[in-house]
Design a protein around this ligand. Sequence first.
Ligand code: CTP
Length: 422
Amino acid sequence: METAEAASSLAGKHIVLGVTGGIAAYKAVEVVSRLRKKGAHVHVIMTRGAQNFVTELTFREMSDEPVITDMWAKVTHYHVEHIALAKLADVVLVAPATANFLAKAACGMADDMLTTTVLATKAPIFVAPAMNTAMYENAMTQENLERLRAHGFHVIEPASGQLACGTSGAGRLPEPVELVSVLEQFFDGGAQKNSADASACQKRDLVGRKVLVTAGGTHEPLDPVRYLGNRSTGKMGFAVAEAAAQRGADVVLVAGPVGLATPAGVRRVDVLTAQEMHDAVLREYADTDAVIKAAAVADYRPKERAGQKIKKKDGSLFLELVRNPDILKELGEKKKQQVLVGFAAETERVLEYAAGKLKKKNLDFIVANDVSRKDAGFSADTNCVTILGRDGSQTQPPLMSKRVLADVILDCVARALAAGRN
Ligand code: CTP
């Protein structure tokens, strides 16, 4: 089963996956499956709590390796003592990591097989906290995370959204594809490793910077009940806003009509039409350091907006459309210190069209996106892009979650800001 993606940097790696007792434990099953498809050997250690959510048998079947559930059980598979897995590991990933596990790890406790392995290993350790928002935000949990970071642990920030406990906020385990992508990038060399570091070790390289992000589509009203719209869900822009806030930026998110929760620490301005987005963006622009324009803005709007619902008649109906302002082009014309990032959603001649827009709109980067692909379209959680730079650079990250890609884009932005290019 490992042949499909054998070129992955995870191929042949021994990954110890610690699963602790949170509702997100079920997602760890998919993590095992995805890691195996990349050619990795996965050794699962379950805490007692985890066994309340998923059975040992599930992980044994998925990983095709023995699963450790009890430090005191007779060792039948690993030749040696309790630290056999600690020695074998190329990397340890704890996902989900509960508040309880983080607290124990931060204190250097070793009262079960997982904490013992974590204490004994010399391999890099990634933890993906997942819990109720209040527990995650609790100062003690945050102190524990700080302490773990200080000791070299890589903390994979939780996602925001609806949680199993009925509340919403930060604390959701990132999607399995994202967790696997973080590990894969870690083992990749050069620039990609740096990108992984960005998401895994939470850089704070945008502190003191104002970042303006647009997201979602626009609605151009025809009458009180109808509009012209597009299929944008806002996922990419919201991921960029979340990532920028986590990297310390002062983030303003100008959002079209989408059904997504506002990421923590982000100031959100809701708009409906392209004209409203134009006005909101220009109000914020002067003191902005970087703009990431992920929104899918309608190029045209109906010339007339009927005051009453348009009634059907015999024959065809002709609508006259007029041009909306090209917001990004205007930003390019007014550009001073700002680093500008545009998106080009294309279905053919992707790089050629994107390069044209980069130049025409006076951008620093353009994220070229082939929206005809199933795994990279508007509603997908993953994206596959090429980032073209004004200086001729081309960054082509592998298929990855929009959240991880957000950090790759922000790496480009942070580098341009640090270089003071504008
Ligand atoms: N954009 C904008 N204002 C518009 C249209 C697009 O700011 N009225 C921004 C988008 O947010 C995106 C980029 O410009 O970052 C997309 O470039 P654009 O050339 O406008 O894309 P399309 O509208 O798809 O253009 P075309 O019809 O030429 O493919």
